[in-house]
Design a protein around this ligand. Structure first.
Ligand SMILES: NC(=O)c1ccc[n+]([C@@H]2O[C@H](COP(=O)([O-])OP(=O)(O)OC[C@H]3O[C@@H](n4cnc5c(N)ncnc54)[C@H](O)[C@@H]3O)[C@@H](O)[C@H]2O)c1
Length: 336
């Protein structure tokens, strides 16, 4: 395959970024954009006269020259659109969250396998150079034993009507946490409150517990005075902070720890170590560009993406458990 012929479905707030990036990739021919909204179509037509626009998804899928479909419509439509595309033999990139329940996610994974198609989910942060650096730091043992992590994703931001802050914001952090730890939590609990719209949580605090004692905490809100996009990882030898709001110094490694002598069981013998703070040089590239390049490469070479359908399914399983816990006032919900 030379260039991958791609069609984007949904060119709203996020989809327009995918259109921009795919349009500029030399290995991709972005030939069509499908959007239900005539105004969005007119804007795309004006910006990219060479791209065909339309509103008929079935017509798009009937076009045999299209290799892959990029789906960036509201999550409630993900399953139906992805299912149709896979059944028509198209490779599929689908925005996060992959689906709104794990049964649908499992079905998409099965369909992709059955039709031997690439299925990739837009877990953008898995392609972020800072997250890749974090993973290397964890895998190399540089941080020592990993104790716990916490992610904060808050601001005064887009208030969604058809999903709560958990489903809208947490997929990013959950995907990173599962990517870094390489395991699923055994239990999830979550508490949240609906202040702006009935039944839609604006603020959610979720806790993921892992069988080996690791723990991850998520703070999610679109109703907050601060704009924070931060992940803190605490290990037995070092601690790391990834701050995505920082323009250049995104990762800080704190050579700090609390050390316990191996054969001493007395609490007062724990010593605190305060070492240097290192800001490593990060080879930055736009994560969205890296993600889109990865999709094109997987389609061209028939490879399995980092954020494949199974990864999407795992994130949906965690979200689903957290949602059950939300409705049960934070009661822990077992996974698996
Ligand atoms: N990766 C990220 O960082 C990120 C950020 C924001 C949103 N998203 C995801 O992107 C997706 C879209 O979110 P958004 O904020 O762009 O929403 P949006 O409402 O701004 O845009 C959705 C677009 O899809 C179009 N659309 C809806 N149903 C359609 C259909 N059946 N056929 C054709 N067009 C249709 C709408 O007309 C609209 O233009 C969601 O899954 C969201 O979770 C991802």
């Amino acid at each position: 395959m030379n260039r991958v012929n791609i069609a984007c479905v949904g060119a709203g707030y996020w989809g327009k970024n995918l259109v921009r990036v795919f349009h500029h990739l030399p290995e991709v021919h972005l030939s069509q954009v499908c959007d239900a909204d005539p105004q969005i179509r007119a804007t795309i037509q004006q910006q990219y006269p060479e791209i065909a626009t339309g509103a008929d998804y079935d017509l798009l899928l009937a076009d045999e020259s299209i290799d892959a479909v990029v789906i960036a419509v509201p999550a409630v439509h993900h399953y139906a659109l992805a299912r149709k595309a896979l059944k028509k033999g198209k490779h599929v990139y689908i925005e996060k969250p992959m689906t709104l329940n794990s049964t649908d996610a499992e079905h998409l994974v099965e369909l992709a396998e059955e039709h031997d198609r690439v299925l990739m989910v837009g877990h953008l942060l898995e392609y972020h150079p800072a997250v890749q650096m974090l993973r290397r730091l964890i895998e190399s043992g540089d941080l020592g034993d990993l104790y716990y992590l916490y992610a904060q994703r808050v601001n005064l931001g887009i208030v969604r009507k058809d999903e709560n802050a958990l489903w809208s914001l947490a997929p990013h952090d959950i995907s990173v946490i599962l990517h870094l730890l390489g395991q699923m939590p055994d239990a999830v609990s979550a508490r949240g409150e609906c202040y702006l719209q009935p039944g839609i949580e604006d603020v959610v605090f979720a806790n993921l517990h892992f069988a080996d004692g690791k723990m991850a905490q998520l703070q999610l809100s679109w109703l907050d005075p601060h704009r924070i996009r931060r992940l803190t990882v605490v290990g037995s030898r070092k601690m790391v902070v990834f701050d995505d709001v920082e323009s250049t110094e995104k990762v800080r490694i704190y050579d700090k720890s609390a050390e316990r002598p191996e054969y001493d069981s007395y609490g007062d013998s724990i010593s605190l170590r305060f070492g240097d703070v290192v800001i490593p040089r990060l080879e930055m590239a736009e994560p969205l560009k890296l993600e889109c390049q990865h999709f094109a490469e997987c389609v061209r070479k028939g490879q399995t993406p980092i954020s494949d359908g199974r990864d999407g399914l795992r994130v949906v399983q965690v979200l689903e458990a957290a949602q059950v816990s939300l409705r049960q006032n934070g009661a822990p919900v077992q996974i698996g």
